[in-house]
Design a binder for this molecule. Sequence first.
Ligand SMILES: *[C@@H]1O[C@H](CO)[C@@H](O)[C@H](O)[C@H]1NC(C)=O
Ligand SMILES: *[C@@H]1O[C@H](CO)[C@@H](O)[C@H](O)[C@H]1NC(C)=O
Ligand SMILES: *[C@@H]1O[C@H](CO)[C@@H](O)[C@H](O)[C@H]1NC(C)=O
Ligand SMILES: *[C@@H]1O[C@H](CO)[C@@H](O)[C@H](O)[C@H]1NC(C)=O
Length: 477
Amino acid sequence: MKLFFLVFLIGFVNGAIYNHRDHSSRNKVLNKRYSPDWNDLDTRPLPEWYDKAKIGIFLHWGVYSVPGFGSEWFWSNWKGGNRQCIDFMTKNYPPGFTYQEFAPAFKAEFFDPDKWADLFVKAGAKYVVLTSKHHEGFTLFPSKRSFSWNSVEVGPKRDIVGDLAKAVRNTSLKFGVYHSLYEWFNPIYEEDKRKAFKTQTYVDTKLWPDIKQIVHDYKPSVIWSDGDWEANDTYWRSTELLAWLYNDSPVKDEVVVNDRWGIGIPGKHGDFYNHQDRFNPGVLLHHKWENAFTVDSGSWGYRRNMQIREILTIEELLQQIVTTVSCGGNALINVGPTKEGTIAPIFEERLLALGDWLQINGEAIYSSSPWEYQNDTLNGKVWYTCSINRSNSMKRTYRSGQVAAIYAILLEWPSDNRLSVRSITNSLRSRYNQLEMLGNEGTYLNWKITNGDVEIELPDRATVKSNHAWVLKLATT
Ligand SMILES: *[C@@H]1O[C@H](CO)[C@@H](O)[C@H](O)[C@H]1NC(C)=O
Ligand SMILES: *[C@@H]1O[C@H](CO)[C@@H](O)[C@H](O)[C@H]1NC(C)=O
Ligand SMILES: *[C@@H]1O[C@H](CO)[C@@H](O)[C@H](O)[C@H]1NC(C)=O
Ligand SMILES: *[C@@H]1O[C@H](CO)[C@@H](O)[C@H](O)[C@H]1NC(C)=O
């Protein structure tokens, strides 16, 4: 990781900033066929919708929402000897109770996919990623290879993936799936593992056919791979899978995949990189990346024992989003639905507050690009994005001449109403000298430069529309 950042920083100093592969080069290669090796797969241009989207909703939903205790890793933790999980089972369930016996209580009786989709639209998200199958192996779609361990046969008695895909697509949002490569207790996988992954029976008879079923039936725009870490990409046949996805699948033009495709692959290959969970480097990266993080800081799946202090505040949520987008990332915000099929009101409240913020300030987020600076050199609580004038630029690469507007996002309101910053001094001195706050357009703010620092007189806070994280827009007159 350290080497990676160093290489990147050298690139930054040389002025080679965030080189998006652009649309025109994309057209040239649309008919290209990819061969199943990373060097070739890595030449695929990033489908444009994904970089513009910026905000996605991540849903971890499965049988683990029934015990709703600890985290979505409940089964593995319990069987692995975790004291709290063992005590929880001893206290609340009869001896010999199996994890499989939780499944009938996963009823999802209040699951209303249109209502969920409506919430995600109101939150300002542009894509949704649902766990089609987590490490427990339970599929939220009728996998032909997950006998009695799928949502159509047991529990909800419906095709959750299909129903949510339909509702999400009925809005303007894109639909994607999370999919775990490995399954903790699948005997076919365990057999391959015992043979040191020299056999690939699980990959050939379960994994690939399931992924192909998902792609054909639901046409996901995102495949968010996980559970890759026990074996290498050769075992998973990851490059063959991606070559098929990019060449011959029904989603070949639109689909984006992450980087969890085997030992040593994360952060190296994939349309976008997740690196590890909750990755947020605080510096610009040269390859598209995504910060997948949770509103409940302690779990991805719903847990009934979460505490209010563990839930991200709206300020913390916005800090994650703003710092991520400034550094070229997308934010994938996770909430775990309940076994009844509801999204807990505390999550709903956070998502709606985010939507209110984006209503006012979305201009600085959606379709934005990283700017010359990510956070201010004088005031680290101020983060920047910009909009690139596409009509005179072939590449979505920052160059000062192509910047239509610069956005300075304040994570904290200065106590004396005066904001001191340094990184925009030259911009204010040159073309970008018209300064206003989003939500309060038409009121131009006064600023003065002293010894290279800018002091901006903010409007009276009582008159300001946004309640958190205020955006100053610098444009040309
Ligand atoms: C699609 O969305 C509209 C509202 O925009 C709603 O009235 C309708 O019920 C939805 N249809 C489906 C199939 O989800
Ligand atoms: C991947 O794993 C298999 C099975 O353990 C092994 O035979 C092979 O050498 C590994 N390949 C690489 C490139 O490490
Ligand atoms: C922000 O800027 C400050 C000052 O330039 C720097 O020290 C810091 O590492 C930057 N990043 C974050 C995440 O604050
Ligand atoms: C964008 O570029 C075009 C072509 O050079 C120019 O005419 C237009 O004024 C620019 N718009 C902005 C907002 O800078």
